[in-house]
Design a protein around this ligand. Sequence first.
Ligand code: URA
Length: 256
Amino acid sequence: MKAEDKNRLVQALDLIEDYFGNGYKRPPAVYAFTGGPVRSEAAVPAESAGSPALSEGDSAGSPQEDSLDRIAGEIGLCTGCPLHATRNKAVPGEGVSRPLALVIGEGPGADEDASGRPFVGKAGKLLDKMLSSIGLSREQNCFIANVVKCRPPGNRDPLPGETLACSPFLTRQIVLLRPLAILSVGRVSTGLLLNTGAGIGKLRGRFADYQGTPLLPTYHPSALLRDESLKRPAWEDLKTFKAKLDELSASVFGEK
Ligand code: URA
């Protein structure tokens, strides 16, 4: 058997073991918790230091050679847009390496910039609660990422050039993570992923397609903190998301 085929077989067996061995909620021990404080810079090849975000195809080779750790390392060293100059820590994202769901937000705020971890401030605590209400968590079955990996000063929206420079990192993360479904929280991530300028109020609650993966736009948790009346529709969206995940899990794995 060729080495390439052998690798594929090992990967497939690994996947089957993960999914069938542990059911819908998989124990954290099975997964790498890939995020957390930004990766040690020493772990990143020196030649990638200072390189801007890579575009698809000119990354470090084929998708098989790419890895979440490698991407996190490159993000930690990225100088591809002006946001690097004002960041304390870059925030690559965190969660399990084979998530049921990928949650995508806008960009780090002050707490995230200080810790190097996504969604750890007030909005993050609410996001964790929302996810937990439908059986999801970053420790067990989710990955949480942002469109831009460095904090826009004063929590302003990322500028188009910043999003453009950073989005190849997100693209590579999505390719590696292969989530069953994506939950896009807020206007900025939804606008980028669906290439639309429509408002989130119009887009939320209905699944769209992101390159073959179902993507559900919903309100950003910060919006829910500002406006309580959005909590009910957001809850409806979460139920819609959970129903889709259940359906996909059943069709892919034969059970919930
Ligand atoms: N808001 C976001 O969009 N992302 C974070 O990581 C934190 C707050």
